[in-house]
Ligand binder design. Structure first.
Ligand code: PGA
Length: 237
């Protein structure tokens, strides 16, 4: 099974730190790693020939949208991946499933590989609503989309992001299976599912035993090259 590690660097690192970061990956085999730095740093990662993704793009095609970046501009830079629907975008930027759906359609039209993030809150989990909420995010996020060949799903429990709390391997396995079954029911196709939420070089050994995952989405730990390398080497050899 093809595996990837997606480094979601969020709104972190200043330019001098980015230069140091890139230096740490010189002469390192980065295959399988997808770097998603803050957008203004993307060209530096592209110049190093690394696989990259953007953390977000506009819900509009192009034109007078000050401060925004379009999916076609992303593609024109040879950026292949995009993270869409991250819970931080849903929460702080009020992205609804409808907005996420519009963005995914624009991304697919431009041949981007979309990493669609879905996940439940602690409240959903405690009320046994995890599958219900994930199903809603899948069905509405992918509404009217016929071809899912370029879709990857990242399962990220919101209560696990940046908290150090992680579901058990069995829980992640079962939820991943549920996501795959839902996609199979809708599209009759298998899909890559990643897990994200407090993944570190310390818990990756245990997480690597979950055999239905196609990789991981790594936030905080991706900011430290040595940690990211250890995570990658545990999953991709
Ligand atoms: P974290 O973030 O690894 O810092 O929990 C993951 C994410 O938000 O993608």
């Amino acid at each position: 099974m093809e595996k990837i590690i997606v480094a979601n660097m969020k709104m972190n690192l200043h330019f001098d730190e980015v230069n140091n970061y890139l230096n740490e990956f010189k002469n390192y085999n980065t295959s399988g790693l997808v770097f998603c730095p803050t957008s203004i740093y993307l060209p530096y990662f592209l110049n190093s020939n690394y696989e990259v993704g953007i953390q977000n793009y506009a819900m509009y095609e192009n034109g007078a949208y000050t401060g925004e970046i379009s999916a076609s501009q992303v593609k024109s830079m040879n950026i292949n991946y995009a993270i869409i629907g991250h819970s931080e975008r849903r929460e702080y930027f009020e992205e609804t499933d409808n907005i996420i759906n519009k963005k995914i359609k624009l991304g697919l039209e431009n041949n981007l590989k979309i990493i669609l993030c879905i996940g439940e809150t602690l409240n959903h989990k405690e009320n046994n609503q995890t599958n219900e909420i994930l199903k809603k995010q899948i069905v509405e996020g992918l509404k009217d989309i016929k071809d899912i060949n370029n879709i990857i799903i990242a399962y990220e429990p919101i209560w696990s992001i940046g908290t150090g709390l992680i579901p058990t391997n069995d829980e992640i396995y079962d939820t991943t299976n549920f996501i795959k079954e839902e996609i199979n029911r809708l599209y009759n196709k298998d899909i890559m599912v990643l897990y994200g939420g407090s993944v570190t070089d310390e818990n990756i050994n245990v997480l690597s035993e979950i055999n239905n995952l196609s990789g991981f989405l790594v936030g905080g730990a991706s900011l430290k090259p040595d940690k990211l390398k250890r995570i990658k080497e545990t999953i991709i050899y």
